[in-house]
Design a binder for this molecule. Structure first.
Ligand code: NCD
Length: 299
């Protein structure tokens, strides 16, 4: 496994399966203070609830500590300092960095500036590789497998970084993809080309109704309205009534935060899996931190 995790493409299929296996083991039997004395720099220039807190909780549960910030407003970037300079400092205070930043490519810029491992906690509309690891963990947990599945990716496929990383990871598995998005928010061309090149079967759709009866996993996402200003026609919305046409085994995932795209009444149906999914962030990020800090057998 590489020293940094910037893109999901940094991980081979074996790396991904090893990390999921280690996370399953950590979830079953918590290992104790294997990161005692280690410091995580948690550098969040963009809002975050789950990613930041599950990284910090993962560090604490393994005996390590965290320093950092949850808004760029509170750092010297406010005075005009570059990301590289801020990161260089964090690199001398900590053993590993997780960074979230609104600019595509910012995590790579941070990694280039320091000598310690850097993990991308989301860079603009580009990548969110640790979310993908936990998404795969949750898919395996709720479906018992990662192959032979029909997976719908729905919502803002254009600006949503979670679906970009997830689509690129799913090429390692035998899946049929359904890309469901409003017309102006479709999956970027380069990712569709990548799926084609890897031989993944996929199709484009504008409504949930036309694909629901076929799916094992429906991965919903919110519209990333902070990333664009153009109009969006007919945003998607999942209701319990629509789920009546779905297979009983269908599980609905969502990286959260959820806005209007999932009716809260879906939460109490057997299909909802998004809150369990958010909880899976802890063992998955524990496995990743322990690996990158050399406290587990490297993948
Ligand atoms: C996602 C993100 O930040 O990209 N959230 C998360 O990390 N769980 C999804 C989103 O903000 O819509």
């Amino acid at each position: 496994m590489k020293r940094d995790l910037i893109s999901i493409k940094d991980l081979s299929k074996e790396d991904i399966l090893d990390l999921i296996g280690q996370a399953e083991e950590l979830k079953r039997s918590p290992p104790g203070r294997i990161l005692e004395g280690k410091i995580l720099a948690s550098c969040f220039f963009e809002p975050s609830t789950r990613t930041r807190l599950s990284f910090e909780a993962a560090m604490a549960r393994l005996g390590g500590t965290s320093i950092g910030f949850s808004s760029g407003e509170m750092t010297s970037t406010r005075k005009g300092e570059s990301i590289q300079d801020t990161m260089r400092m964090m690199g001398s205070y900590a053993d590993i960095i997780v960074i979230r930043h609104p600019l595509d490519g910012s995590a790579q810029a941070a990694a280039d500036a320091v000598d310690i491992p850097v993990v991308n906690g989301g860079d603009g509309a580009n990548q969110h590789p640790t979310q993908t690891l936990l998404d795969l963990f949750s898919i395996k947990e709720c479906q018992g497998k990662l192959d032979g599945l029909r997976v719908g990716l729905a919502g803002d496929l254009r600006y949503g970084r979670t679906v970009h990383s997830l689509a690129q990871a799913l090429v390692h598995f035998d899946v049929r993809l359904y890309l469901i998005a409003p017309e102006t928010l479709e999956m970027p061309q380069d990712i569709c080309d990548f799926l084609r090149q890897k031989g993944v079967r996929f199709s484009f759709h504008h409504t949930l109704e036309e694909v629901l009866p076929k799916l094992d996993i429906l991965y919903m996402t919110r519209i990333q309205k902070e990333r664009f200003t153009h109009a969006v026609d007919s945003p998607l919305r999942l209701t319990p009534e629509m789920l009546e046409s779905a297979p009983t085994g269908l599980r609905v995932l969502h990286p959260l935060p959820r806005l209007e795209e999932i009716d809260p009444r879906v939460d109490t149906t057997e299909h909802a899996y998004y809150f369990q999914q958010a909880a899976d962030g802890l063992p998955v990020r524990q496995a990743l931190l322990a690996n990158l800090l050399g406290a587990l057998q490297p993948c």
